[in-house]
Design a protein around this ligand. Structure first.
Ligand code: ASP
Length: 571
């Protein structure tokens, strides 16, 4: 219907007769003349109304009304040009204004930056999405998807959809359940990921598969989690870890080039899981900052501090000189999130810190040269179990540095050689660290703690973008790993038989990865939360404020499903 969008007209369109349609962003009333800013996805055009009758008409309109404006383009008088918008050189003189749709007064002003609280923005997401900054995010999302789809298609990957309604499999999270009406008392599970299906596609000879897959996980929510999220899921046959990494590096490189115009260097750096923890205290280290953890077990054990004498591991992190208040804050943080105690020495004459007195002068000198310290610093110590100790210092490292991190620096990193199993104190058994389909790097399975898997995680600026692995393609080995990971035989045959039996019909060696699309976009767009890049997100507790879900179900529907609610909980 329209001749142009609201972001299209330029000086070259001078004198053209045009028809625009869009939302009223604002009306400015100058008495004998009115200005309407007309908005759509493409931009804002200034409309001049100087006809008396039309001015009367406009008085009945308001913000967010949808109107159609017929008029003629003219150059704005000099001094009235707006350099900030692309249509800023022209305006449209209205000859007819038609109301297409009126609007209630919106619950918040639809402008950037938005002043409304997140809850209100989510409840009226259709209004929030009208803001130019939100529209740019959706455009960017679509662009990233296009770039990836093109790149993977050019590399012989084919896009295949896999079911969302499937059976419960254990991939680390709880499943969402869907009751079946046709099979009363039985349930589907929403897929946590297409993991098993993509392996079956390899067995089916598809060779290279990808999908923008919706994954459903019933987990405790956090800022970077949602009950459903989108993964760029891919899998390839006759491939080893280097092949998968190579494809992903090319894919990430194209995304940065197309979307941000930035050239990312390949190959990405690599670090083993063990070294990542030893050096950065994290399996997803932020390598933008040069601050490393040092092992000082041997020196610290010789101090007079009893806890150090008895500890298995003692690690240290050198920080800028900290005030007492900041140290207290860090201690509370370590205690609250990691259940660990930290101690410290501030290297500024005279030495201070809660454990300085336990270190004789020679040990202090030895510490200084080992760490090494030349200027005034505070050193934070943590002693105890290997992982917990390192993770505590890793979290402190992030906390201290994150505020000064450069936002437009992109550090990509592969973390490799993950352990496949960890000991779970609660159940007193070995359990898989990730999903159970990863190929072990050894055939000696005596000590589960020593079984390292062919797994690789992609990390960008301290955020885990994705995880992948080379898979097991033999039934006996797959069952062996399930046995070590304490997935009981009955559960194996109930949940995994469809994969296990497929492995008996000529499964090619294969591997793949899944990259979180929402997390990738969050970093590309410099956002703090994935809610900002998901069109219709849920709150951090998983509630849909706009649709009001989860919600109660009619008695009749429940009867149909043969479901009774035993004790409804009112929230
Ligand atoms: N399916 C796995 C996940 O969602 C990723 C993979 O191994 O490809 O974590």
């Amino acid at each position: 219907m329209r001749t142009h969008t609201c972001g299209e007209l330029r000086n070259k369109d001078y004198k053209k007769s045009v028809l625009l349609q869009g939302w009223i962003d604002a009306i400015r009333d100058h008495g004998k003349m009115l200005f309407i800013s007309l908005r759509d996805r493409y931009g804002i055009t200034q409309v001049v109304v100087d006809d008396e009758k039309l001015i009367e008409n406009v008085k009945g309109l308001g913000a967010e009304y949808v109107v159609e404006i017929k008029g003629t383009v003219r150059e704005r008088p000099s001094g009235m040009k707006n350099q900030d918008i692309e249509t800023g050189g022209i305006e449209v003189v209205a000859s007819r204004i038609k109301l297409l749709s009126s609007s209630k007064v919106p619950p918040f002003v639809i402008k950037d930056p938005v002043m409304a609280k997140d809850e209100l923005r989510m409840k009226y997401r259709f209004l929030d999405l009208r803001r130019p900054s939100m529209q740019r995010k959706l455009v960017m999302r679509s662009k990233v998807i296009n770039t990836i789809r093109n790149y993977l298609s050019e590399n012989n990957f084919i896009e295949v959809e896999t079911p969302c309604l499937t059976r419960t499999t254990t991939e680390g999270a709880r499943n969402f359940l869907v009751p079946s009406r046709n099979f009363p008392g039985k349930f589907y599970s929403l897929a946590q990921s297409p993991q098993i299906y993509k392996q079956l596609l390899m067995i089916a000879g598809i060779d290279r598969y990808f999908q923008f897959a919706r994954c459903f996980r019933d987990e405790d929510q956090r800022a970077d989690r949602q009950p459903e999220h989108t993964q760029i899921d891919l899998e390839m046959s006759f491939a080893d870890d280097k092949d998968v990494m190579g494809i992903v590096e090319g894919m990430i490189q194209s995304v940065f080039k197309d979307v941000l115009g930035i050239r990312i260097k390949k190959p990405f750096e690599r670090i083993t899981y063990k070294n990542a923890l030893e050096k950065y205290g994290s399996d997803k280290p932020d390598t933008r900052f040069e601050m490393f953890i040092t092992d000082i077990t041997e020196i610290a054990k010789r101090s007079d501090f009893r806890i150090f004498k008895e500890a298995k591991f003692i690690k240290a992190l050198i920080l800028p000189l900290l005030s007492r208040k900041m140290i207290d804050e860090l201690s509370d943080f370590a205690d609250k999130y990691y259940g660990t105690k930290i101690s410290y020495i501030s290297f500024k004459e005279p030495l201070s810190g809660n454990i300085a007195k336990f270190f004789p002068k020679e040990l202090i000198d030895e510490l200084k040269s080992t760490l090494p310290i030349d200027t005034e610093k505070t050193v934070v110590f943590c002693a105890g179990k290997w992982k917990r100790t390192l993770e505590t210092l890793g979290a402190i490292r992030n906390r201290i540095n994150i505020e000064n991190a450069t936002k437009d620096e992109y550090k990509l990193l592969w973390v490799t050689d993950f352990p496949l199993f960890e000991y779970d104190d609660e159940s007193d058994t070995w359990v898989p660290c990730h999903h159970i389909f990863t190929m072990p790097n050894t055939d000696n399975f005596k000590d589960p703690s020593k079984i390292i898997g062919k797994q690789y995680d992609l990390v960008l600026n301290g955020v885990e973008l994705g995880s992948g692995s080379i898979r097991i393609h033999r039934r006996d080995l797959q069952e062996k790993m399930m046995e070590i990971g304490n997935i009981r035989k009955d559960k194996r045959s109930r949940e995994y038989e469809f994969l296990l039996s497929a492995l008996e019909y000529g499964a090619p060696p294969h591997g793949g990865i899944a990259i979180g699309l929402d997390r990738l976009l969050m970093i590309l767009l410099n956002e703090e939360s994935i809610q900002e890049v998901i069109p219709f997100p849920k709150t951090t507790t998983g509630f849909g404020l706009m649709e009001n879900v989860p919600s109660e179900i009619d008695e009749e529907k429940l009867r149909e499903l043969r479901i009774g609610i035993k004790s409804p909980v009112n929230r």
